[in-house]
Each structure stands twice: as structure tokens, then as C-alpha cells.
Design a protein around this ligand. Structure first.
Ligand SMILES: Cc1ncc(COP(=O)(O)O)c(C=O)c1O
Length: 371
């Protein structure tokens, strides 16, 4: 049993699942060119916003990408409020965020024809239950359970309904089958380590068509409105945001996107994240006390890696607190509504070397709390 403190600490102790670690090499000086004090509608401000959109484009050219208020939550809510209604809705939920979208659809939008397919933390519902003639709402990666959808095979290519996918902890870390996703949302502060601020929404041509033809029966707040005078407000997809974004956060996100490009773009980000998951898997395999919360290997998240402690008598919170006090790992206690455990972010901004330095500390902390 390890009792001495390990000799080396992770160089970056940030393993939070959002806001996530800044990219390796990030400095505040890197934001020196931010358009601070300038209007986001000036030529400079708008150029930066449209650069965010263009650099985010790893998806078909005919998809529109917009920057919308209120981070990922804003983007998802905008989609639900703007698009749902004309068809029945199937919601797939296996952790806190999916449950939240299901609750909003039923209790806020009060749609009658809603089917909820749920699974407890650690699993996925039977995805094949979602019907192609209904709208389907789901999160690609359940950030609070560490369970992801393994692929998009269960989504019909010739579906009539729309798929609305909250991909905030999957974008820039997992391969998303864009032609199966009609609405996809993400934020700046997850896999690219940006600042929490505006959110991103990507719309397929069919989602745009729904927007243009469907009039929700409820009022839409200004921050949800993509339609102006009955037509799609194209400006939003060219960097004309509905309301004011932080130009500092915009600059920071551009910094992250450029870093991602220098690495080799999406494939490189995915490879880094998968390598991090593999390192954690190797440590779990040789260690007695932790186990993955995700029951099935193909469903294990490569970003929000959730672990349980095999012995239920051991409190993960104590272990996380010990490591925080040692400046070794910050914010790795499980999400507040998830089963007790540890959640370690493994997206591309996390260095595998830092995870390798963390493992002996996890073993040390376990020995301490069980001594
Ligand atoms: C799956 C999922 N959806 C939504 C959110 C909320 O995102 P935001 O805080 O960017 O609005 C989170 C945050 O962790 C998340 O993990």
C-alpha cells in the first residue's frame, strides 16, 4: 500500500468537467488582441465572431452555425422552444441534463405527446425505441454519468422528425455523425477549455426548414428568436449575435480554436481525448478500488470520465477534498445529482502526462481515507 506522497504532481491540476482546463500553453497575454471596448457589431467585432463560426466548422457546409446567448443551455432551450410542437417528441435521458431537457419539454412547453426513455446512471436507454417519425432530444455525452452514445446507427437517415442533440461535452472530442444530427449545441468552456459565455448551435437544412415553417404556439423571448419578419435571420449565422457577447471570451475561444487547428484539428483532438481515456482505463485495470460508472466499454465517455469506488463505505468526496488540498486535482468529485464517485475530465486540453501523474495520487488518497 502506498503511504508516502508521490514525488510529482500533475503540472496542471485542473480536471473539472466545466469550465475545463485551458489548453496547454495558454496565457492571458495570448488574448492581447481582444477587441476590448469595441462594439461586437463593429467590423472588427463582427469579423472575430464570424471567425469563431468559420473555425468551428467541422460539419457540412450547408449547416448553419450560430452564436447564441446563454451557453449550451441557451442553445438547447432555443432549439426546444423554437422547433418542438409539430410532432411527437422522444426524449432519451440517462443522467441529469437529459432529465432536465425532458422536464422542460413536459412541464414548461407542456407538450402532450412526449415519450421519455430513461436509464439509470451508468447505462443508456434502448436507443432503438426512438422513432424516426418523431423529434428526438438527447445528449450525445451524459456529462454527469460519463456515458456516451457509441454511434449514430440508431438514428434513421430517412427520418421525418428532427434530432436535437446536446453535444456540449462531446463536440471537439468525439466524432459526431453530422448527417444524423439536425440541431447540435455546444459551449465554449468544455473540450476547448474556453470561457463560459455564448453558446453554439448548428442547424441542418431540415432544421432550418422547420424554423421557417413552424410557428410555436407560445411566445418566444428575444434571445431565442432566429426568425425575423417570417424569415431566418441569416445575420446570426454570420456573426451578428442577438445580444452582446464578451469580446474577451470571443478572443479566448479563437485562441483555443487556433490551437486545435495547429494540433491537426478534430482528429487530433479526438485522439488526445481517447488517449486520455485509455490511460485511465489502464490505471483502473491495474487498480482494485475504482471502477467505471459506465457499464459498457463502448459507452464510456472520453471526456467526462466517471468512476465509482468499489467499496461503498469509502466516500469519494473525502478523497477529492484531500487531492484538492494537495493542489493535485481540482473539482473531481462527482456531479451533485450523480451517484457518489469521481469525475475526471479527459478532453483534449488535458495532458495524458498529467493524468499519469494523478494516478499515484489517487492511490495515495485512497490509502489515506481508508487507513
Ligand atoms: C450535457 C450538458 N448539457 C448542458 C450543460 C449546461 O451547459 P452550460 O453551462 O454551458 O449552459 C452541461 C454542463 O455541464 C452539460 O454537461
Amino acid at each position: 500500500m502506498i503511504t508516502d506522497k508521490p514525488a510529482t504532481r500533475p503540472r496542471n491540476p485542473c480536471f473539472s468537467s466545466g469550465p475545463c482546463a485551458k489548453r496547454p500553453g495558454w496565457t492571458l497575454e495570448g488574448l492581447a488582441n481582444a477587441a476590448l471596448g469595441r462594439s461586437h457589431r463593429s467590423a472588427l467585432g463582427k469579423a472575430k465572431l464570424s471567425e469563431v463560426i468559420e473555425r468551428s466548422r467541422a460539419l457540412p457546409r450547408d449547416y448553419r452555425i450560430g452564436i447564441v446567448p446563454a451557453s449550451d443551455t441557451g442553445a438547447v432551450e432555443l432549439a426546444l422552444w423554437s422547433l418542438l410542437g409539430p410532432r411527437g417528441v422522444d426524449v432519451l435521458a440517462w443522467e441529469s441534463f437529459g432529465e432536465a431537457w425532458a422536464a422542460d419539454i413536459s412541464t414548461q412547453l407542456r407538450l402532450d405527446d412526449v415519450r421519455l426513455f430513461e436509464a439509470p446512471y451508468g447505462g443508456l436507454p434502448d436507443l432503438s425505441q426512438a422513432s424516426p417519425d418523431r423529434d428526438i432530444v438527447f445528449a450525445w455525452n451524459g456529462t454527469t454519468s460519463g456515458v456516451r452514445v457509441p454511434d449514430g446507427k440508431w438514428i434513421a437517415a430517412d427520418r421525418e422528425g428532427l434530432t436535437i442533440c446536446d453535444a456540449t461535452s462531446a463536440a471537439f472530442a468525439m466524432a459526431l455523425p453530422w448527417h444524423k444530427l439536425d440541431v447540435t449545441t455546444w459551449s465554449w468552456q468544455k473540450a476547448l477549455g474556453g470561457e463560459a459565455q455564448h453558446g453554439m448551435i448548428a442547424l441542418s437544412p431540415r432544421a432550418v426548414e422547420r424554423l421557417q415553417t413552424h410557428r410555436p404556439k407560445w411566445p418566444l423571448p428575444k434571445i431565442f428568436r432566429l426568425i425575423q419578419d417570417g424569415r431566418l435571420n441569416e445575420g446570426i449565422f454570420a456573426g451578428e449575435t442577438i445580444n452582446t457577447p464578451s469580446m474577451l471570451a470571443v478572443e479566448d475561444h479563437l485562441d483555443a480554436l487556433k490551437w486545435a487547428e495547429r494540433l491537426g484539428g478534430l482528429p487530433a483532438l479526438i485522439a488526445r481525448s481517447e488517449a486520455n481515456l485509455a490511460a485511465i482505463e489502464a490505471w483502473v485495470a491495474r487498480t482494485q478500488w475504482p471502477a467505471f460508472l459506465a457499464a459498457d466499454k463502448p459507452q464510456r465517455s472520453c471526456t467526462s470520465v466517471c468512476l465509482k469506488i468499489v467499496d461503498p463505505a469509502v466516500t469519494p468526496r473525502k478523497l477529492a477534498a484531500l487531492l484538492e488540498a494537495e493542489n493535485v486535482a481540482f473539482d473531481i468529485d462527482a456531479y451533485r445529482h450523480a451517484p457518489p464517485g469521481l469525475r475526471i475530465w479527459a478532453g483534449a486540453t488535458v495532458e495524458t502526462e498529467d493524468l499519469r501523474a494523478l494516478f499515484p495520487w489517487l492511490d495515495w488518497a485512497y490509502a489515506e481515507v481508508t487507513a
